[in-house]
Design a protein around this ligand. Structure first.
Ligand code: GSH
Length: 263
């Protein structure tokens, strides 16, 4: 079901998207995958927005102060995450990338620029979101270790300690460069992307997950590729992006293009 627009992109105040800053080569700061998912949706819809940076160690205190909802539990305690969207036009604060995409699509439908074609499609794309996360899980620790390299300098030590505590292992054991374990993590990513490539092949050879129609599913695959392209060593991203006949380099390029490219 489509809703009548409440506010127009030309008269609205910019949305505020909270994200974690990094020191990426292009100096944009953007690297985080979860924020990228809903940022692509916002950009696809041509909605004005600004980024507010929150250092990783300050996420919980900043989000509590803002009145954002936690997105889960860890050891029985509420977990606060980014992205979080603050909409100055409505006063609404939304936590979680998927909920943010749903919110902007509902409140700012700007037909035909919807990322969900129907209410019913949301269930399937949510399942797709979860499936992508599960499929690529085997490479998560590799990405985690690489992500340290793009963290802002002051946070690097905190980032290491936080992961050591959460995983109960030394940083050097998580994904040692050149090790058999790293090889397995890379193979796990390759196997995962073969599965995702199989999903694309079912879609009638179109450019998008759903063939000819762009949807939030494409924002999701695009966000994973964006993340890999930002955190992986240059030669590793070059290799990964060429797997499956260059599909991943192309997906990232296509999503960036349709979501109005440059940051
Ligand atoms: N389901 C959430 C997950 C968000 C998430 O895990 N964000 C990470 C950064 S990419 C975070 O804020 N982590 C904080 C923590 O783990 O304490 C979403 O899709 O927005």
């Amino acid at each position: 079901m489509k809703y009548a627009p409440l506010l127009s992109p030309t008269t609205m105040q910019p949305l505020v998207l909270y994200d974690i800053p990094g020191e990426v080569p292009d100096k944009s700061g953007y690297w985080s995958p979860n924020a990228a998912k809903c940022r692509y949706a916002i950009r696809y819809k041509r909605l004005p927005y600004e980024t507010r940076w929150v250092a990783f160690p300050d996420i919980e205190s900043t989000m509590r102060a803002l009145g954002a909802s936690p997105t889960g539990k860890r050891n029985g305690k509420d977990v606060y995450t980014v992205p979080v969207l603050q909409d100055p036009n409505t006063g609404v604060i939304v936590s979680d990338s998927f909920a943010i995409a749903e919110y902007v699509d509902r409140v700012y439908p700007t037909i035909p620029d919807s990322v969900f074609e129907s209410e019913g499609e949301k269930a399937l794309i949510k399942a797709f979101d979860d499936a992508l996360g599960m499929a690529t899980r085997g490479a998560l620790r590799w990405m985690m270790v690489c992500a340290k390299e793009v963290m802002v300098e002051e946070v690097k030590e905190w980032f290491v300690t936080m992961h050591e505590e959460r995983l109960g292992m030394k940083w050097e054991e998580i994904s040692p460069a050149g090790s058999e374990l790293r090889r397995e993590q890379k193979d796990a990513l390759k196997a995962a992307l073969d599965v995702v490539d199989g999903w694309y092949r079912r879609s009638g050879n179109g450019k998008w997950v759903q063939g000819d129609r762009f949807s939030y599913a494409d924002c999701l695959v695009g966000a994973y590729m964006f993340w890999y392209s930002r955190v992986l060593a240059k030669e590793d991203w070059e290799e990964v992006s060429e797997w499956n006949r260059g599909r991943w380099a192309k997906v990232l390029k296509d999503v960036e293009e349709v979501c109005d490219g440059s940051y």
